[in-house]
Design a protein around this ligand. Sequence first.
Ligand code: SF4
Length: 363
Amino acid sequence: MSRYSKQEIIDIYNKPLMELVYEAARVHREFHDPSKIQVSTLISIKTGGCPEDCGYCPQAARYHTQIDKNDLLPYETVINLAKRAKENGSSRVCMGAAWRNVKEGEDFESVLKMVSGISELNMEVCCTLGMVTQSQATRLAEAGLHYYNHNLDTSEEYYKEVISTRGYEDRLETLDNVRKSALKVCSGGIIGMGEKIEDRAGMLLSLSMLDPQPESVPINALVPVEGTPLEEQNIVPVWDVVRMIATTRIVMPKTTVRLSAGRTQMSTEAQALCFMAGASSIFAGEKLLTTPNPGEDKDAQMFEDLGLTPTEKQKDDTGKFKIRKSLVEAEEVKKWSRPGHTIERNVEATAKAKEIRKELKEN
Ligand code: SF4
């Protein structure tokens, strides 16, 4: 697999658009069936109340946003949602919990049970639960998990402008733990947070240097949410999304490139261009954790119009996972980093939230 330097990635990104899309479409056809699309459903199993300060996220407890919070959903609710997702054509369920990191205990045991339950529905299962140790990742693999998602979000340099409660190295360590536990890696990022093209290329460089490269790379366009530090960001131009998808496809030819958050901001024509440029997966459903998504009916119509067919679940290889029992039993007390530097806009959004809450209490 040829690896590209950061400057080469920037040069690819900046190619004339039609040339870029043509090149990406050629690579896409070499490694993937362009008439197929992988459809996943994201279930927010625990929403809001997160202690982190990610500048884009309405689930961070310190910001005041209009999301409906909930504790960990009951097992039956999650299984029923997964069954419905399967009936609607999803081959994979991704469960997301607004946690800083996975903690041992009742909630983690419940998640393991959910993973087994969904796996038994003959669906692929992915989790995004925050930072994870190798023994926790191994237990998830043993329960039947296929993928673990942990996004790098952006370049290492720009990451410091978005999040102060944990470090980039923790992201990479989590991905390493996931990989060592024989799980497939899902990791991508968000564009439109005020980053430069160099940062987009920097993120793709970090992902493409992973060995092996991630099996799944979600590309999200920021959906600015009122109350978050990034609420005033402009909607990212659709051409930037197309360029990012195409560049990801060229730099990581075998990966599944997922056109993720921000699809409600895009026309069907714009999404079609993304599929042409190498996107081969989407999230289905009305919501992506807390942000809006087009909904199954609209997607079904789009698939029909574009002649795309949802893929079946891939051949199961979880049984082949070499689970290292010794790791499962090992007691790991992992201390994840807390850089704690000041990000002005995060501080301002936190102060604004405090004011709003004070006013609400008084009235
Ligand atoms: S992105 Fe995840 S870790 Fe960051 S605040 Fe939101 S839920 Fe928490």
